[in-house]
Design a binder for this molecule. Structure first.
Ligand SMILES: [Fe+2]
Length: 327
């Protein structure tokens, strides 16, 4: 069987070479001679069409970078003069990217590569016995959160619900700032300072007090060492200040307090913090309802089992009927 061939002159695909001349296509003399000399077409059978072969399905190559470095929400120099271009560039390009790269190197090809970052932080925290990549997962999450907490021309005053809760839980914005300052200055070594929303805690293993209390449904200021965030206590983070030296040393040297003051006065985006609070309250309320519903269902289940157990008790034998005396 002859393979299909394209005529060099016309470009037509012809089933066998001899047919080239019968089609009267424009072939040069040398090409016709070539066709004639190589053709065996008199006796050749028509070529059966070749069915296209399906490409072999193979597993896609694992993505070498399951997590990507999130772009900054503003240019490197947008926070100047309060945070220099050099600080932002070095911090994002070296530290933040370093954690993304290290995380990808560790989790590539593992089940964790498919996880969402927040779940990965919680899973790898492992209830206080962190897995080796917790530090990278958590630092990627923390830095994404940190960059979005700031904006060019930030500062000012919070509004609406956030303002009300700050005044209710701290007395005033100044008192909140003092508490944040105190947390930053007393955090020994590297770490983070947070404003978070603490919801009701029903059956959360990591919490110190997993029962509902008067301290629930409130704003709290907390500090965390190294890479830890309040996520691991099941709080809802609203605001993050990176107090690792790389975040401020080039601009403020060892004056961490000055850096925190400027952060609150000139860089913070209260709009973002407000949006996070709304989201946190919604999620907390939804979760509380679900937990209450589950508790109620459990109680109903227990009650039903108790009723069943009562029903299953052997019924006392009926007293034998006394024969009536005949008088
Ligand atoms: Fe940092």
């Amino acid at each position: 069987m002859q393979p299909a061939t394209a005529c060099a002159s016309s470009g037509l695909t012809i089933p066998w070479l001899r047919r080239c001349s019968s089609l009267r296509v424009k072939c040069s003399t040398s090409q016709r001679a070539h066709c004639a000399s190589t053709s065996t077409a008199d006796t050749a059978e028509p070529i059966e069409p070749i069915e296209p072969i399906d490409p072999i399905e193979t597993d896609p190559e694992p993505d070498p970078e399951p997590f990507k470095l999130k772009p900054l929400p503003y240019p490197f120099n947008a926070l100047e003069p309060h945070m220099s271009k050099e600080t932002v560039e070095y911090h994002w390009e070296r530290h933040h990217r370093g954690h993304v790269d290290s995380l990808n190197a560790i989790i590539q090809g593992t089940e964790f590569a498919e996880m969402e970052l927040e779940n990965m932080v919680l899973t790898s925290y492992n209830e206080g016995n962190p897995l080796p990549f917790f530090v990278h997962a958590s630092q990627v999450w923390n830095h994404d959160f940190f960059w979005e907490t700031m904006k060019p021309g930030g500062g000012g005053n919070p509004s609406n619900v956030l303002k009300y809760l700050i005044e209710r839980d701290f007395g005033s914005l100044d008192e909140l700032a003092k508490e944040i300052q105190n947390a930053a200055l007393t955090q020994f070594g590297s770490g983070w300072v947070w404003l978070a929303y603490k919801a009701h805690r029903l059956g959360v293993g990591n919490d110190i007090n997993p029962r509902p209390s008067k301290k629930d449904k409130r704003l709290v200021v907390v500090k965390t060492p190294n890479a830890v965030s309040p996520l691991v206590w099941d709080y809802y983070p609203l605001l993050a200040i990176d107090v690792w030296e790389h975040a401020y040393y080039m601009d403020y040297e060892n004056r961490r307090g000055d850096y925190v003051s400027v952060f609150l006065d000139k860089l913070i985006s209260w709009d973002v913090v407000s949006d996070r609070l709304k989201n946190a309250m919604f999620r907390a309320s939804k979760r509380e309802k679900m937990e209450k519903r589950e508790m109620l269902l459990d109680k109903m289940k227990e009650a039903r089992l108790r009723v069943k157990a009562v029903d299953l008790r052997p019924t006392p034998k009926a007293r034998p009927k006394m024969k009536r005396r005949q008088y």
